[in-house]
Ligand binder design. Structure first.
Ligand code: GLA
Length: 741
């Protein structure tokens, strides 16, 4: 990997084995984008890529030149109003009301490694040899606003991480009303745009659309990254698929309001923007202050969507997630939420935990309802003190009992929220986000604490840190169950109210940082009514996230499939829950519920005491299976083979690093009669190894399995004969393929 600067042609070339990213200082000092894609040879001068032509109706920068119009030049940090009419990456509102700025090159520096981002989650290096960083400084002379554009190229994988930092070196205040983390101008728009969309209990479904002229965009204005849209998109060449072809992926390492937008102009140029949603955003920058944008990660793959996902998985697993749990197999847990909801006592919890222990489960998690007057969702949030009517021995006593069973103990919290019926609200009614004179809308009877205020975060930190330092807590599920409305802070001046959404998220990150560094052995799992904040920002603090409140196996197939586009399998919280399922009231076989949840951070979301003896036997086998293979399932190389969005069947697989073991999950929604014979071509095996198929006992070479495929036909096709077990709806199978000497 290296970053080259060609002094004469003023060209920057970032490249490694996979990617080339080429930029140029234009004659007006702006930064132009020349190429982003598969790695190409370096050369002294790529300026021929800057194509100009005199075009009627264009506005031109130079008196005597009809060809230089920013409207037709691909740029790295475009602004509006100086001949470019596309949506800009940056907008600076000045004291005189003008929004025109001109950012020209000043200097640059290139160095090994990657600096951390102040107060924000970001990818990192452990060793300076893992990446190189280029920081280019541009300045708007009139206002004195300086911006540092930071590009990091990693040694391995087609990855460029990008962020910007603004400094006010002028004498007057300005307002940043748009400050996108990434702008990528591409020379054509022959791409399919892929996004992960949904809603509560239906998160991250894969949606595709063909780009065309005009705007294609997704975003959030809810204060969280949201169930509805996820801060990730992919641009795929129409001929590319899961296994081959060119794909760009863009992920924003941010958990608040975001925007991802593609604009195709009249000349077929594609501008991609990713960053904080400019809608409602207004950051005042006084002289001497600076503003750091979140980081955006661009991945280029010429090995299809799986190639892109594997690059994201590797990066996010190893160089975004941090701490003790980063590389560790995740404990198998039993969460009591769907087992009891708010209706529990200490004895009832211990009974559930005892059965879980008998089944081999490693961690018992106490969900909502353990604190304050929390007997329903009307009260208690904000009072992080154990309810001793329910838990006479407090959290300490319960945690001790669970530990004595030989299990770890985990706890649910929702630290950003308060119910009006709570001691915290009664003491500090002005601590919620609420606009003076306006209705205070609630979500699930709760209000959002003003985490833009340090004293609020400090108070919550003290309360929860007390519990965590007194009781043996090994795991925290950090929930966030409503979106923000009437966003306004009681303490910020009127000209800074546009900062709150971002300041709020900075407060959340600050609390996460303090708790994860003070309690480094606690495993954090993020959650927001299921997967409402399942994003790369959260992964920096919490290496896993509850993917969805919907734990129906058939629904989960889609949710987990979509999630895997960007996020590592180890990060996807996935549990076996009771039937009929509590979200869709569907009944699916126990083995299918487990076969889906294996591809994630596995657990149970039910009272195992209510299962039959036969089912408990099956659960014990599931736990053994997961313990044996979880390293491969959670940290192996993951391939999507058949999409649940395209048919009745879904197939995915995970392969061990040494390629000696592969686990294939095959799933079918509805049974069909007299079905065809089916096969699926596997990926990632060693062509020369012979693998034993656990379902048939037969041996096959890797090349056989990858080229002619694994046979997945049913043994019954509508008539049960002999020993064959009849198939049902929601059928699934796990094939373990183990290489033999
Ligand atoms: C959210 C979570 C659930 C559960 C409940 C508790 O909905 O997603 O898993 O923790 O809150 O109130």
């Amino acid at each position: 990997m290296s970053i080259i600067f060609h002094e004469k042609s003023k060209i920057f070339h970032l490249h490694n084995d996979s990617i080339s990213y080429i930029m140029m200082i234009l004659e007006n000092g702006h930064l132009g984008q020349l190429y982003c894609g598969k790695r190409i040879h370096d050369r002294e001068d790529f300026s021929y890529l800057l194509e100009k032509a005199p075009r009627p109706m264009s506005s031109c920068v130079y008196e005597d030149d009809k060809t230089f119009s920013l409207e037709h030049i691909r740029q790295e940090m475009p602004v509006y109003g100086t001949t470019d009419y596309r949506h800009p990456a940056v907008e600076v509102l000045q004291e005189n009301g003008s929004r025109i700025s001109e950012f020209g090159y000043q200097e640059h520096r290139i160095f090994s490694g990657k600096p951390r981002l102040e107060g924000l989650p970001a990818t990192y290096t452990e060793d300076d040899s893992e990446a190189e960083t280029l920081i280019i400084t541009l300045k708007d002379e009139l206002t004195g606003i300086k911006v540092e554009l930071s590009y990091t190229i990693f040694a391995r994988g087609g990855i460029v991480a990008k962020n910007m930092c603004f400094f006010n070196e002028g004498n007057g205040s300005v307002h940043l009303t748009q400050a996108m983390s990434l702008c990528l101008d591409l020379p054509d728009y022959e791409y399919e745009w892929i996004q992960l969309s949904g809603s509560w209990a239906r998160e991250r479904h894969v949606k595709n659309r063909i780009l065309t002229h005009g705007i294609t965009a997704i975003g959030s204005m809810r204060g969280n990254s949201s169930h509805e849209q996820n801060p990730f998109i992919a641009l795929k060449r129409p001929s590319a698929d899961e296994q081959q072809g060119e794909v760009f992926g863009v992920s924003l390492i941010y958990s608040g309001n975001f925007l991802m937008q593609a604009e195709v102009d009249a000349h077929d140029t594609l501008r991609l923007l990713a960053g904080i949603n400019p809608s409602g955003f207004d950051w005042k920058l006084d002289p001497g202050e600076h503003f750091q944008t979140p980081e955006a990660v661009l991945v280029y793959s010429d090995k299809g969507l799986n190639g892109m996902s594997q690059t994201f998985h590797g990066l996010y697993q190893k160089r975004l997630a941090r701490g003790y749990w980063r590389d560790r197999e995740r404990p198998i847990l039993n969460n009591n939420w769907e087992a009891t909801y708010f209706d529990f006592t200490e004895e009832k919890l211990v009974e559930i935990a005892e059965k879980a222990k008998e089944c081999g489960v490693e961690l018992f998690v106490l969900d909502d309802g353990w604190f304050g007057k929390r007997c329903s969702d009307h009260a208690g949030l904000g009072d992080w003190i154990a309810n001793t009517e329910r838990l006479p021995n407090g959290i300490t006593g319960l945690a001790d009992r669970i530990e004595n069973l030989g299990m770890k103990f985990g706890l649910w919290v929702e630290l950003e929220m308060v119910n009006k019926d709570s001691d915290l609200y009664r003491a500090h009614p002005d601590w919620i986000l609420a606009t003076p004179g306006r209705n205070q809308s609630h979500g699930r009877f709760q209000h959002v604490l003003d985490f833009s205020r340090k004293e609020v975060v400090d108070h919550i930190y003290e309360m929860i840190a007390k519990i965590l330092s007194e009781a043996k807590v090994s795991y925290i599920k950090w929930d966030m169950n409503r979106s923000i409305t009437e966003c306004y802070s009681a303490v910020l001046p009127s000209d800074r109210q546009g900062e709150i959404f971002h300041r709020y998220i900075l407060g959340v990150y600050d609390l996460y940082e303090r708790l994860t560094s003070r309690f480094p052995h606690i495993l954090f799992e993020s959650c927001a009514s299921g997967g409402g904040r399942f994003d790369a920002g959260m992964l920096y603090y919490a290496p896993q996230g509850w993917a969805s409140d919907n734990s129906d196996a058939a629904e989960r197939i889609k949710i987990q499939y979509g999630t895997s586009m960007c996020y590592p399998i180890s990060s996807i919280g996935a549990h076996v829950s009771v039937i009929p399922n509590h979200q869709v009231f569907r009944t699916t076989p126990l083995h299918t519920r487990a076969n889906v949840a294996y591809f994630g951070a596995f657990g149970y979301e039910l009272n195992l005491n209510k299962l039959s003896e036969e089912e408990i036997k099956e659960v014990k086998e599931q736990v053994c299976f997961m313990k044996k293979y979880r390293k491969i399932l959670q940290f192996g190389t993951f391939y999507r083979l058949k999409s649940p969005f395209e048919g009745n069947e879904m197939v995915w697989m995970a392969v061990s690093e040494d390629q000696k073991t592969a686990i294939v999950g095959w799933y079918r929604i509805l049974n069909c009669v007299n079905a065809t014979f089916t096969r699926v071509e596997l990926q990632g095996l060693n062509p020369d190894y012979q693998y034993r198929n656990s379902q048939t006992g037969r041996f096959h070479y890797g090349d056989e399995l990858m080229n002619l495929g694994l046979i997945t036909s049913d043994s019954t096709a509508g008539q049960a004969e002999g020993d064959a077990v009849p198939c049902t709806d929601f059928e699934s199978r796990i094939y373990v393929l183990e290489a033999v000497e």
